[in-house]
Ligand binder design. Sequence first.
Ligand SMILES: Nc1ncnc2c1ncn2[C@@H]1O[C@H](COP(=O)(O)OP(=O)(O)OP(=O)(O)O)[C@@H](O)[C@H]1O
Ligand SMILES: [Mg+2]
Length: 413
Amino acid sequence: MNPQHSYPDHFFRSVLEGNDAALPLRIEEQLRKLYPGNAILACESLDLEDYVALGLASSEVSESPTPALSYFWGGLDHDALYPSYSQVLWNVNWQEHRMQVLQVSWQTSCGGQTKYWVMAQEPTIAEAFMLDVHRKTNDPGESILVFKDGHWERSKEMFELVHSSRMSELVLPPERRKSMIDDFKRFLASQDQYLALGVSWRRGAILLGPPGNGKTHFLRALVQELEVPCLYVQSLDHNYYRSEQLLQRVFERARELRPCVLIFEDLDALIDHSNRSFFLNQLDGFERNHGLIVIATTNHPENIDTAIMDRPSRFDRKYEFPLPDSSQRARFLEIWKDKLHTQGGLKGDWDGSNISKIAQATEGFSFAYMKELIVSSLLIWIHQESQNSRRCDFGQLLEDQTRVLQEQRSSVG
Ligand SMILES: Nc1ncnc2c1ncn2[C@@H]1O[C@H](COP(=O)(O)OP(=O)(O)OP(=O)(O)O)[C@@H](O)[C@H]1O
Ligand SMILES: [Mg+2]
């Protein structure tokens, strides 16, 4: 296909003018004039950039018609500017074919909308291309799909975080840990039984509890054990699309990947009165949610609607992650003592004899606070070690830091 179709420079402006329901029709009329005899196929989603990033095609932005481009910053983790197009024409090389893909976004009274048109020499080529883009970009592969800024992204970092989270590092009564994991494993293994009973093969759970007591850690380790695709909703904010539209995208993608786990971390911050009934409607779909495990976390269950919290068919189970008691805090310190002896070179500096004393003195600490106790003591120990030739008493440091953190906690709360 000849990529030099002469679009008028004001092409995007002219089709967007009026911005009414006939906009896609106006675009198609123009495209038929520009590509006589070629195939033109439209679709609502096409993750061309992701497909190109996978090395399955190459693409370049056509300078004509002039694209509408804005940049966004990738944040401190991805400290660079990334281009984001709202109107653009791509020249695409795929296998031995040359094609063009037009992407147009516009605002409707119901929110933002984006549509794609693929122009190829033959309908069979356009169809095969579209199908391959959908299939390949839908496969999470060795990554976790993360929903933010209005779209799904593959995250290798999240995948690595999940795969470095150990269930064995969590202090949890063994029978509780086993019953939670077995619940999901049994569910995944029982599709036929659910079908035979005419019961919807779907599962929902909420993990509740005060901050820093293992909800996220447990969830990551669970995802690793379940070995099905994982989709993680980080935010439902966008200045173009309404959160209902975003939720629709979230559930659509999850349904394409079933069986899978769909995670809403901090559900109370994601769902509010504006998207609540849409969310309930999505959770309730019998057929549509076949094979879907939906897991939410919250430390503010009181802010979540009872229609979400208290209807078993939506979130069937509630798992509590409370503050640890003194025996759990002692167990946590034991685990760290072993870790510091084997990995941290602390052997002679802490025999662990004051573990139960520290466990008593840390009443009210979350596991995250217990971890802070270890880390802040370790920082002081490393500093003192580098200053003195004399060995420091790490056990004493822990006791001192316990007092500091207790004071900090009481002055804050
Ligand atoms: N039961 C536990 N045993 C050992 N370590 C734990 C446990 N619970 C939490 N931790 C550690 O405490 C830190 C905080 O845990 P996590 O992020 O899972 O808490 P959370 O419940 O998700 O908190 P939030 O509600 O603030 O999101 C992590 O470093 C985690 O490894
Ligand atoms: Mg968490």
